[in-house]
Design a binder for this molecule. Structure first.
Ligand code: ADP
Length: 521
């Protein structure tokens, strides 16, 4: 074929790929569970549950060669080490590692390749990955499977189904390659921030392992053991040149980051290293005798990292009636959420702002109905002192960080507390946060992700957390320090929630006791 023919380059590329693909090249697995345990422990601090599951997985692989196990999917907030555990698994097995970023992929050809009839056709990411690693048994990390898109160009999740199905993937056909390739030796691991957006069929193929966020102490330990040495090395510094004492690290964690993982903590430590690198380079040129190591004090942080952006604000904001603090879960981990309410003269209208989903809106209606039904009992009043809190009154409920969409039932108890505070004119305790779903009859139902939520409350400096009673079992998962620092109140009904949320209880308690005594008499 003449080189000037248009077919020439295309055919050549195709044949090059055919030759380069690792049809029979593989690495030999060498797995020593004891060594794997040591390696996982050395690379990662904490995350015991995840490490245990990974070791089980590796042990079963060692005992049984042809493993048709479900694919492990690590789900958790960003920066908690999901990708890095994937890399460690490859290291334990001495396999090649390749990461396939799936966020935003909305074309199935991205997975399965384009047919060669198209101009600019190319193989999909799976075949490309195999070409890069040059062995047919690598560890493939499918990063961010929850952010797969979908468009008129087909559904990439459907294409992934074929890749991940052990019954089918021994004869995976890439459209470009047009020859089957055996993927059964590839070890797939997936990561995601939430399971809510993973297509059900795909989720069904995977075993979800939850990776929760870290506590303050864990973060401190992670930075001392891993992040600081890693950043020092990355910036060409040595521990003899720069020292970041634990006090300073704590200050960075508390005042410059608010996150479940450790990614922005690592970035901030990187910024400190850069600042010191500049200082060393500058001063060394002028006077070679610079006192080493440079110790970063708390007061130096303002110059290096700027003004701290998250000073503790909880108690400052709970200074008016009609504000309560809730705990919610987003795909970034647990978060604290303020609920604010105000009332004006009107016709009983309810306005809700803060980009709420339908479930949240319904919770607000439920809360108002329950408070109206019990207003006499709790001595709630409207603006003119009448006993129906909504009469002649318009209510506005707002959920700050208005740009973030919020949905989910767990803000129910917070809305009730916030409105009870507004209608009674009393302040909610400034150190209490709560979570729980409500019913029209005033029961408190259990909600999910308690660990992440409680960690967020702990981060924010809250002292008391109100939870549904049926979530009491979830407290076992919390680190001892957090359990020790916080006062947990578990509640079956809204009466118990209100009593715990207001100093000295909420009106109705005495009444109830009186009523009980009367019945006894
Ligand atoms: P994710 O994939 O969960 O978003 P990464 O795996 O990219 O997070 O982790 C971000 C950084 O944090 C990495 O440098 C990783 O080494 C570090 N890291 C996270 N958790 C731990 C841990 N438990 N021990 C040591 N380092 C950690």
């Amino acid at each position: 074929m003449s080189q000037s023919m248009p077919e020439y380059a295309r055919t050549r590329n195709y044949l090059d790929l055919m030759i380069e693909l690792p049809w029979s090249n593989n690495t030999k697995d060498s797995l020593d569970i004891q060594a794997a345990r040591t390696l996982l422990d050395n690379d990662h601090y904490a995350m015991e549950k995840l490490k245990r599951r990974v070791l089980e997985y590796l042990a079963v692989r060692q005992l049984k060669d042809s493993l048709k196990d479900p694919i492990l999917c690590f789900v958790g907030p960003p920066g908690v080490g999901k990708t890095s555990v994937g890399r460690s698994i490859a290291k334990c097995l001495r396999r090649e590692f390749h990461c396939i970023a799936l966020a935003g992929v909305c074309d199935q050809s991205d997975i399965r390749g384009h047919r060669r009839t198209y101009v600019g056709s190319m193989p999909g990411r799976i075949i490309n990955g195999l070409k890069t690693v040059a062995v047919n048994n690598p560890v493939f990390l499918l990063d961010e499977v929850d952010k797969l898109g979908m468009s008129w160009q087909g559904d990439p999740a459907a294409a992934l189904l074929e890749v991940l199905d052990p019954e089918q993937n021994h004869s995976f056909t890439d459209h470009y390659l047009n020859v089957t390739f055996d993927l059964s030796q590839v070890l797939f691991i997936a990561t995601a921030n939430t399971t809510a957006t993973i297509p059900t069929a795909l989720l069904d193929r995977m075993e979800v392992v939850w990776v929760p966020g870290y506590t303050q102490e864990e973060k401190l330990e992670i930075s001392n053991r891993h992040l600081i040495p890693h950043q020092l090395e990355h910036h060409g510094l040595s521990p003899q040149q720069l020292r970041i004492p634990p006090k300073t690290t704590n200050d960075i964690i508390n005042r410059y980051t608010r996150e479940a993982g450790v990614r922005s903590l690592e970035r901030n430590i990187g910024a400190v290293c850069r600042a010191v690198a500049v200082k060393i380079a500058e001063v060394k040129a002028a006077s070679p005798k610079l006192a080493m190591p440079i110790v970063i004090k708390n007061r130096d942080l303002k110059d290096i990292l700027g003004i701290p952006f998250c000073d503790r604000e909880v108690s400052e904001r709970l200074t008016l009636p009609g504000v309560a603090l809730g705990l919610v879960w987003t795909y970034l981990g647990g978060e604290i959420l303020f609920v604010e309410a105000s009332r004006t003269e009107g016709e009983g209208k309810l306005t809700l702002t803060g980009q709420l989903g339908n479930v949240m809106k319904e919770s607000a209606h439920l809360a108002i109905s329950w408070l109206r039904a019990n207003s006499k009992h709790y001595k709630l009043t409207n603006m003119t002192g009448g006993s129906d809190p909504m009469e002649g009154t318009d209510i506005h409920l707002h959920f700050p960080t208005g740009a973030v969409t919020k949905n989910g039932p767990s803000a129910g108890v917070t809305i009730v507390t916030c409105l009870a505070s507004l209608f009674s004119g009393r302040l909610v305790r400034s150190d209490v946060a709560m979570t729980g779903e409500i019913t029209l009859r005033g029961s408190v139902l259990p909600v999910g992700c308690i660990k992440d939520k409680v960690l967020a409350a702990h981060r924010a400096g809250v002292k008391r957390v109100i939870l549904p009673r049926r979530n009491e079992k979830d407290l076992d998962e919390l680190p001892l320090k957090v359990r020790y620092d916080l006062d947990f109140v578990t509640a079956d009904d809204l009466d118990q929630v209100l009593n715990a949320a207001f100093d000295g209880g909420f009106p109705g308690k005495e009444k109830k006791q009186e009523a009980k005594q009367q019945i006894k008499q």
